[in-house]
Design a protein around this ligand. Structure first.
Ligand SMILES: [Zn+2]
Length: 387
């Protein structure tokens, strides 16, 4: 039996804690699959990381569906594609009212739980999708979007990304207006993907706590997408949360170093993905995940174990405090480590935290209470700005 199929044993205490807690994942790319009319989220799938049966098995109470398109698509095309994805999420909820509830507040998430439904929320991953137009941002808000990641991997016209050459020295004046309008609308400012200078400008501008919807710790794995200890401390001082990302390339320095030293392996993976998927983005997102794990198991890549996620959580707690860490898996959009093949494996994290000596109330904070607090705070700031 391989590590991929081996069921991890989880204690009864962890199972009970998981099922009695509000568990929130702030970043899932499953939206790409929702665009495919043949994809049924209520059925259990053998591919991908997320569907309703598996979310229930893993004890996930609330999911942020990421609205994502490449940062290279701009203007009216970007706005249209974002609206199509928002519609896909809303239509999925409309068709399954017995299973899903469209949530925009912390109270909605609690209500969904009372009704034994999964709360569906939305985040727009990349400010380029608002087409430099605050009216589009307001429309996103009206449709239920509750966070916007200011950039994706490219800079846009008003903010620098962590993975592109700086153009604006952080946020432009318009970028600062975007942040303030998000504050007024009650949309959380997401600083995952942005450059360190953009992050600093956001903290100086925002009137509400901000979060990183899917970022890990740079002290453990030196990726520009991860947060330094200083950034984690500043985020915490602002009342925010770092939601730990499970992507192998953000968890493991060994994996990153190997990839950098062996560009041929990356080419081989890309060729295999293209062979299996062609132009189908949803297929690419899930196939890449699968192929890399096949390569890890075959010894072609360093093995990254799911317990690395717990290392990042523990580090972020030590640096930023127990009130400022959460979960932002990047399921269906990244390469999951061995043992975290899908959302059903989530209770292992709870189990590992218990074994590390974390108390049950503290684990509840990490699983979802911290994110509920940020949602409520951002809503409160919005209400006061609209007075
Ligand atoms: Zn991302």
């Amino acid at each position: 039996m391989t590590a991929t199929t081996q069921a991890q044993s989880v204690s009864d205490q962890a199972k009970k804690l998981q099922s009695s807690s509000i568990v929130i994942d702030t970043h899932d790319d499953t939206t790409q699959r929702l665009l495919d009319p043949s994809f049924d989220i209520t059925a259990r799938h053998s591919d991908g990381n997320i569907d309703i049966p598996r979310m229930r098995e893993g004890g996930l109470s609330a999911i942020f569906f990421s609205v994502w398109i490449s940062g290279k698509t701009l203007g009216p095309d970007a706005v249209k594609q974002a609206l199509d994805q928002i519609d896909a999420v809303r239509e999925t909820v409309r068709k399954h009212p017995d299973q899903l509830l469209l949530a925009t507040t912390a109270d909605d998430i609690r209500a969904a739980r009372q009704q034994k439904k999964i709360a569906a929320l939305m985040g727009v991953e990349g400010g380029h999708m608002m087409g430099n137009d605050l009216a589009v941002l307001r429309t996103f808000g009206a449709l239920g979007v509750r966070y916007m990641t200011l950039t994706h991997m490219e800079n846009n016209e008003w903010a620098d990304s962590s993975t592109a050459k700086p153009e604006h020295n952080g946020l432009t004046d318009f970028g600062k207006q975007v942040v303030l309008e998000m504050n007024r609308l009650g949309i959380i400012v997401d600083i995952s993907h942005v450059s360190d200078k953009t992050f600093a400008d956001v903290l100086a501008t925002s009137k509400a706590p901000v979060f990183a919807s899917h970022s890990s710790c740079r002290a453990i794995c030196n990726a520009a997408r991860n947060m330094t200890d200083d950034m984690i401390r500043q985020l915490a001082a602002k009342g925010g949360v770092i939601q730990i990302n499970y992507h192998v390339g953000f968890l493991s320095q060994e994996f990153r170093d190997f990839e950098a030293a062996h560009p041929d392996v990356e080419k081989e993976i890309k060729a295999e993905v293209d062979k299996r998927c062609g132009d189908n983005e949803a297929c690419k997102l899930t196939a890449g995940d699968h192929i890399v794990r096949e390569f890890m198991e075959a010894g072609k890549l360093p093995k990254v174990d799911w317990t690395r996620i717990v290392d990042h959580i523990d580090h972020a707690v030590k640096v930023g405090g127990i009130d400022h860490v959460g979960l932002g898996s990047d399921f269906d959009g990244a390469i999951m480590p061995l043992g975290m093949e899908d959302v059903t494996h989530l209770p292992q994290i709870t189990d590992a935290l218990l074994k590390k000596g974390y108390s049950e109330p503290d684990i509840r904070k990490l699983l979802g209470e911290n994110t509920l607090r940020v949602l409520a705070e951002v809503q409160k700031v919005s209400q006061s700005l609209n007075k």
